[in-house]
Design a protein. Sequence first.
Length: 339
Amino acid sequence: MREQLSKLGRMFLRPFYGGVGCIICLHRVVPTADLSANVENRALEITPADLRSILEWVRRRRLDVIRLDEVRQRLAEPSGAKFIVFTFDDGYRDNLTHALPIFRDFGMPFTINVTTGFVARSTSVWWYSLDDALSGHPALRFEWESQTREYLLETHEDRMRAFGELSALIREQGRATRDDLVARICAASSVDPLARTRDLMLTWDELKQIAGDWHVDFGSHTQGHYNLSKLTEGEVEEELIDACAELEARIEVPVPHLAYPFGGRNTVGRREFDVARAAEFTTATTTRCGNLFHGHAWNFQALPRLGLSGNYPPLLRLRKLESGLVPAKENEWKRVVVE
């Protein structure tokens, strides 16, 4: 009965809340055997079978799979079928090894939003390093801000509780302190904070390898993947502008698109939107949950996306999001989500 009501809701809401298009936010494509046990990191991962089922559904729905370059025109003059754009944040190697072959099979394009610090091996993909630091030890103890912090890690629940508290603490740090905090946590568990970066993230050579592929476009995802709201305006400008310039110089293709790290209302806002506008990015995407409407044609620096999680059947989640039902509820029945 509940599912029937949900289907009815999607049917009646789609014409008003379904929008003219949507941008999908993904991160990783990971074989089932390699999925994370940590549910927070598992949220970033879908399987190759998940991705295939999503693209098959898109094809059955006859949605237009377009590039970010085409979004401006489609919003300015909405016409034809609803469009969909696929984006992958951070720059994981499995975007090359697992996602690209599937998009090639379907003849569809997608965008990889690259964090240059990950590619350069200068920035820790800390959410995976933190998981390593909390595994295989009965406790974690380190000094921070003149205090001793200690976490019991005897059970899975202990580890997840510690992960939640420490990840929140890490995200609250500015540019000068975040990397120091990550280094202290990793040192307390004898974990190399850059080991996961080397293992999981694309290299410059791999990026160059796919830079000419028809199926792949690139966006900038800053240099250090910081919570931008914790940075100074000058630091925000460096993260947005300098990272993009380096990426373009390295892979020798234009990078006119930006994806804000984290991208929620508490991590990016009007200041960052203004910097992105001044930097003349063609589009800049958040993680605000929403479909795209004609009204977004005046807000290209704050475009919402629909995020899919590996902790929830991705295709089922996409169907609910794309219909407009879930975004409508989350945004208090507003259609044009920008703030």
